[in-house]
Design a protein around this ligand. Structure first.
Ligand code: NDP
Length: 273
C-alpha cells in the first residue's frame, strides 16, 4: 500500500495541492497517494485523528484550520511556534504528530529562485493576517535594513510587529506609513483582491529597481500587480512560486527528498483555469 497524504480545508475544491504533490511524487519516484478532503467546521480534530489512526502519514492544512492544527499537534517545530499556525502535520514512527509551518521557507525559497535578495533592503509587507505572520520570521532572518508592516487595520500591524521585534528591525502601522520610505521590495500579503480591492500603495514608495510580490496568484496579472505595473515597476511575481515552494518544504519533511520546484511551477502556469 502506498503511503497516504492529503490536504484538509474548507473550501477545498480549488486546491492545487493534489496536483503539486502528485507531480513531486512522480518526479522523485515516491510511492504515495495525495487527496483533498473537505472538512466541516468543528470537525477538524476528529477528522485528523481518524486520518492518522487509519494509517495516514501526513497532511497539509489550509484555510480555516491552521490554528486548530497548531492546537492538534503533539509537538511543534520552532517555525510553527513562531508563526502560531501549522500548515503541515507529520505522523512519526511513535504515532506522535509533529506540526510545522512551511509558508515562510516556501516564500523565502521563491525569493531566492527569483534572485530577489532581502539582506540590507527596505521591505514593505502589506497585511497582518496569517500569511504575513507566517513569513515574517523568515523574512527578518534575512536581515532587511528595515521592514515596514502596513495594514488596513493599523492596530493589527502594531501587535504583529511587537511579536517579532526581537527578531529584527520591524515596525508596524497603517497605510499612511507607506509614504515614509522608498522600498526595494514590496509584498502584498492581504486578501484585498478577493473583495475586488487593492492596497493603496502610493506611486512614491518604489525605489529604483523595486520588485513587487503578490501572494495571491492568478492566470493573468493580479489586480495588485497590474496597478504597480502602471507605475513602471518591472520585476513582478505572483504567489504561485510560494505555493509550490511551501509544498516542496512539506514534501521534504515527509519524504526526506527535496523536489525540483521549477517544472511544477511551469506546469501550473500552463494549466488552463
Ligand atoms: P487573513 O484573513 O488571515 O488576513 C487577511 C489580510 O488581508 C489582513 O491583513 C486584512 O486586513 C487584509 N484585508 C482583507 N480584506 C482587505 C481589503 N478589502 N482591503 C485591504 N486589506 C484587506 O488571510 P491570510 O493572511 O491567510 O491570506 C492573505 C492572502 O495571502 C490570501 O489572499 C491568500 O490566498 C494568500 N496566501 C497565499 C499563499 C501562497 O502560497 N501563495 C499562502 C498563504 C496565503 P485587516 O487586518 O484590516 O482586516
Amino acid at each position: 500500500m502506498p503511503d497516504r497524504y492529503g490536504v484538509f480545508g474548507n473550501p477545498i475544491s480549488h486546491s492545487k495541492s493534489p496536483e503539486i504533490h502528485r507531480a513531486f511524487a512522480k518526479q522523485t519516484k515516491q510511492d504515495l497517494t495525495y487527496q483533498a478532503f473537505h472538512v466541516e467546521s468543528g470537525c477538524f480534530a476528529s477528522t485528523a485523528r481518524q486520518f492518522f489512526r487509519d494509517g495516514g502519514c501526513g497532511l497539509n492544512i489550509t484555510v480555516p484550520f491552521k490554528e486548530e492544527a497548531f492546537a492538534f499537534a503533539d509537538e511543534l517545530s520552532q517555525r510553527a511556534q513562531i508563526a502560531g499556525a501549522v500548515n503541515t502535520l507529520r505522523r512519526g514512527a511513535d504515532g506522535r504528530v509533529l506540526g510545522d509551518n512551511t509558508d515562510g521557507a516556501g516564500f523565502i525559497g521563491d525569493l531566492r529562485r527569483l534572485a530577489w535578495p532581502i539582506n540590507n533592503k527596505k521591505v514593505l509587507l502589506i497585511g497582518a493576517g496569517g500569511a504575513a505572520r507566517g513569513v515574517l520570521g523568515a523574512l527578518l532572518k534575512e536581515q532587511p535594513q528595515l521592514l515596514l508592516l502596513a495594514n488596513r487595520t493599523a492596530k493589527r500591524a502594531h501587535l504583529l510587529a511587537e511579536d517579532f521585534v526581537s527578531e529584527g528591525r520591524v515596525v508596524g502601522g497603517g497605510y499612511e506609513r507607506m509614504q515614509e520610505y522608498r522600498f526595494d521590495i514590496i509584498i502584498n500579503a492581504t486578501s484585498a483582491s478577493l473583495f475586488g480591492e487593492i492596497p493603496p500603495v502610493p506611486p512614491t514608495c518604489f525605489a529604483s529597481g523595486c520588485a513587487v510580490y503578490d501572494m495571491v496568484y492568478a492566470n493573468e496579472l493580479t489586480p495588485f500587480l497590474a496597478l504597480v505595473k502602471g507605475f513602471e515597476v518591472k520585476r513582478l511575481a505572483d504567489g504561485i512560486g510560494m505555493l509550490v515552494g511551501q509544498a516542496a518544504e512539506s514534501f521534504y519533511l515527509w519524504r526526506g527528498v527535496r523536489p525540483n520546484v521549477n517544472p511544477v511551477i511551469q506546469q501550473l502556469k500552463q494549466a488552463t483555469p
